[in-house]
Design a protein. Sequence first.
Length: 194
Amino acid sequence: MYKLIFNYKITGVGWAICEIQTANETFTYRASYLSDALGDFLNALIALNSNMNPEIYIDKTDFRWYQEPGLTVWHVKASDIKSNGENLFFRVNQYVNDSEKGAPESTSVFAYNYDEFIYTVVESLERLIQKFGLVGYQVMWGDIDFPLVAYLKLKHYAIHKTAFPFVNGENGTLKTMTSMDYEMKLLTKDLKDY
């Protein structure tokens, strides 16, 4: 299997670029502050993993990144994410304007292994928050917070291949098996140090 390169970068106030390099191609997708592009992306990845939260698990999802003008529509499907092969499938349509009317200007199709894709995404996000910080990200992304909870869930998964440590408590309540100390260590420790 080829080494995937994923890089999410803020290029200016309210603008980001996501670059994905597969074995044969490099794809570039743009997003603006008109949507919570990164949050939508990470939450989709979480929802596609039945290990993360079986109650909200889905096997396919769509989300949109808006530009001015332009639209990128992500169609993502997961299949048997516990397998070692390609099990995360992407079809990404890019439109010239903000609607999906007519044929897309371009369509990208690629697949990769879920676990390896998550690891690569988390690596990229580590670089992003090291560069901007959490407050700096919010300033650069038009007052939308960095998707910290989704990031921590995915980083925990990248390290342990398990859901974030929650268990059912008494009377249907949810009890955490984590702490602020654990979350701060997870946030500040480099992924490669685990």
